[in-house]
Design a protein around this ligand. Structure first.
Ligand code: CO8
Length: 259
């Protein structure tokens, strides 16, 4: 599939989505969000893809939604933009395969929100992360007001959003906004290695696991436990479950087939 602002590549079971709008620091206009959604559709439909890494390249992850595009927008067009942006990030969040954000440089505004929709964030030492929208007279509208408090707690999320301040990678790791900080030159390779490890697991179990976690987080504990039990039970209809347990008993490595 042809993309204007993304590079979509596959290596083994891992697909890599690289934002590619360098002149404006990978600013996310509606076309970019639309392409992110389509890249997720591609990854979802491809049984040969077991995990995804999203990166902006070595210099910048993304400096936010495209301010030039939004500057003169009216509420109706912004509402549509919001549907595109939120729709794309929902596809990232709900892809039934692990998605890892590899963050170099700025991850601001919509760029930070894209990273928040991923399952795991790996940041380079000099990454700068923030939701500066309040400085533009708006606030985060691509999931930031909802996903950041769920990730780091309401107080820390409010501090970041109320001040609009950027934080460095070390602080982001301390508050749980990123999983791991590595040297700048090792961000992508670390993310790809981690994705490749996850890609070795049983794909159905992974999909059910992500569903149980995500749907559980969106509901109360009793409903979440119910979702967990249903997803868990279903796995006993898979060959992978039989192979995984048989391999354990035979003291060998399992060979998962994703069914
Ligand atoms: N949108 C459009 N263009 C951008 C953006 C952006 N978010 N960020 C940078 N650019 C452009 C600059 O205009 C500049 O273009 P040009 O060379 O033509 O002047 C080019 O990228 C390089 O940028 P700078 O010269 O500013 O680079 P610096 O290294 O001096 O500064 C910064 C880097 C600090 C990242 C700076 O560019 C900056 O502050 N960018 C804006 C950050 C920001 O405010 N992000 C939030 C945007 S709003 C948002 O994300 C809302 C999300 C919700 C969407 C909901 C959908 C409904």
């Amino acid at each position: 599939m042809d993309f204007k602002f993304l590079i979509y590549e596959k290596e083994g079971y891992v697909s890599r989505v690289t934002l590619n709008r360098p002149k404006v620091l990978n600013a996310l206009n509606s076309e970019v969000f639309d392409e992110i959604g389509r890249a997720m559709d591609l990854a979802a439909a491809d049984d040969g893809v077991h995990a995804v890494v999203i990166t902006g390249g070595e210099k910048v992850f993304a400096a936010g939604a495209d301010i030039a595009e939004m500057a003169t927008a009216d509420p109706v067009s912004v509402y549509k933009f919001g549907e595109t942006a939120q729709g794309a990030l929902n596809k990232v969040e709900n892809l039934p395969k692990p998605v890892i954000a590899a963050i170099n440089g700025y991850a601001l505004g919509g760029g930070c929100e894209l990273a928040l929709a991923c399952d795991i964030r790996i940041a380079g030492e000099s990454a700068k992360i923030g939701l500066p929208e309040i400085n533009l007279g708006i606030f985060p509208g691509a999931g930031g007001t909802q996903r950041l408090p769920r990730l780091v707690g309401a107080a820390r999320a409010k501090e970041l959003m109320f001040t609009g301040d950027m934080i460095d990678a070390a602080r982001a790791e301390k508050i749980g906004l990123v999983n791991q900080v590595v040297p700048d030159g090792e961000v992508l390779s670390t993310a790809v290695k981690l994705a490749a490890r996850m890609a070795q697991k049983g794909a159905v179990a992974m999909a059910m696991l992500k569903t149980a976690i995500n749907q559980g987080l969106a509901t109360d504990l009793a409903s979440g436990l119910n979702i967990e039990r249903q997803c868990f039970s279903l796995l006993f209809a898979t060959e992978d479950q039989k192979e995984g347990m048989q391999a354990f008993m035979e003291k060998r490595k399992p060979e998962f087939k994703g069914r």
